[in-house]
Design a protein around this ligand. Structure first.
Ligand SMILES: Nc1nc2c(c(=O)[nH]1)N=C([C@H](O)[C@@H](O)CO)CN2
Length: 118
């Protein structure tokens, strides 16, 4: 089963980074998510209660990043993955976090993780 629910380029302003100056300012993170989900039920019922609600996930991801204020992108990614599993029942995901502007010569830098819970 390869059905997914996607979120691409979710922009979140938060405190993030390892350097002292980064603890004083908000910076933009971009979140991409590919979450395995069986879309057959919502496909038949046309009921959002059967779906993995990408609006609800987006809101929760943004709120968690803003409360977490992570130093490392790796930590942020791990915390978000665990949260999506615990709160939304996502069993497999690919999560990409980009930090545009962190390295001026690069369009963006970031991390990508893949997690699966059986
Ligand atoms: N693998 C990582 N490397 C770095 C990170 C990170 O989160 N993961 N963070 C920084 C700084 O915060 C940087 O973004 C400031 O420009 C450096 N390297």
């Amino acid at each position: 089963m390869t059905d997914c629910v996607l979120i691409e380029g979710l922009a979140v302003e938060t405190i993030v980074g390892v350097y002292d100056w980064e603890r004083e300012v908000s910076q933009r993170l971009l979140v991409d998510l590919e979450m395995a989900w069986d879309n057959r039920r919502p496909g038949r019922s046309d009921d959002v209660a059967d779906a993995l609600d990408y609006a609800a996930v987006s809101e929760r991801v943004a709120a968690r990043l803003q409360s977490l204020k992570p130093k490392l992108l790796e930590h942020a990614a791990e915390v978000l993955a665990e949260m999506l599993m615990a709160e939304f029942g996502v069993r497999r995901l690919t999560l990409t976090l980009r930090k545009p502007g962190a390295v001026p010569a690069a369009r963006a830098v970031g991390v990508r993780i893949e997690r699966e819970w059986r």
